[in-house]
Write a protein that binds this ligand. Structure first.
Ligand code: 8X3
Length: 256
């Protein structure tokens, strides 16, 4: 399948898996609609995407937590960008790693508002157009955390369990249309994920990856492009992927 002439909309595109996904689709010749809160970071991702072969890139500053802004962004798209073919619901984060009964409410709100409500808002704004046009693919970013809850991570894990339910629910609700729905669920990926989780504590973040060769953002991006490039009648429901040194969200083999 060729991505030439296709519009790929990626949320959380300013860094990590979102940026890597933009670059992977750029190399396949897709047109990229990129969204994130940080406009300057987004501009850097966009210029690299053009260098890598994207014929056109359109960037929008958008916070997925703001449902009015999300709907407005979609409603205001220039006509040549309005017909989104592939939506990559990537925006998401973790905040904090501590016992549920001592967790920070602010951290919980941030995760739930972004990972669950933001995912819903963007999906609600984009999928009606896909159904009307009779084409489209929604690719949601899940996690091993949605499959198996780990200690001190209940709320983050709950958001990814919710992503799994939403992904499976959407696939049932678009049945009878050609729209495809996929969840890509990585385990440990080396991005700013842990730095964000630990509120910028880089020493603590580095320990997460100690003795393990994690997945790269590019590994995940490659998988996203793969699910999107299956023939139109093939729907990959879910891809669970980890480093070889990780069996699930609880079990690792660490060197040294
Ligand atoms: C990221 C994987 O195990 O750090 O979703 O929660 S984990």
């Amino acid at each position: 399948m060729s991505f030439k002439g296709k519009i790929v909309f990626i949320t959380g595109a300013s860094s990590g898996i979102g940026a890597a996904t933009a670059w992977a689709f750029a190399a396949e010749g897709a047109n990229l609609l990129l969204a994130a809160r940080r406009a300057s970071k987004l501009a850097e991702v966009a210029s690299r995407a053009l260098e890598l072969g994207a014929p056109a890139v359109h960037s929008v500053q958008m916070d997925v937590r703001d449902h009015r802004a999300v709907q407005q962004t979609i409603d205001d798209l220039p006509p040549e960008w309005a017909e989104i073919d592939i939506l990559v619901n990537n925006a998401g984060l973790s905040r904090g790693l501590e016992k549920l009964y001592t967790g920070r409410l602010q951290d919980w709100d941030e995760m739930i508002d972004t990972n669950v409500k933001g995912l819903l808002y963007v999906t609600r704004a984009v999928v009606p157009g896909m159904v009307v046009r009779g084409r489209g693919h929604v690719i949601n970013l899940g996690s091993t955390a949605g499959e198996l809850t780990y200690p001190n991570g209940a709320v983050y894990c709950a958001t990814k369990a919710a992503e799994r339910a939403i992904n499976d629910g959407l696939r049932q609700d678009v049945l009878g249309t050609p729209v495809r729905v996929t969840s890509v669920d990585p385990g440990m990926v080396e991005t700013d994920f842990s730095l964000v989780r630990f509120h910028g504590d880089s020493e603590r973040a580095a320990k997460v990856y100690k003795g393990v060769k994690p997945l790269s953002a590019a590994d995940v991006a490659e998988t996203i492009v793969w699910v999107a490039s299956r023939p139109a009648h093939v729907n990959i429901a879910r891809v669970l992927m980890t480093p070889v040194q990780q069996a699930n969200s609880l079990l690792f083999h660490r060197e040294g």
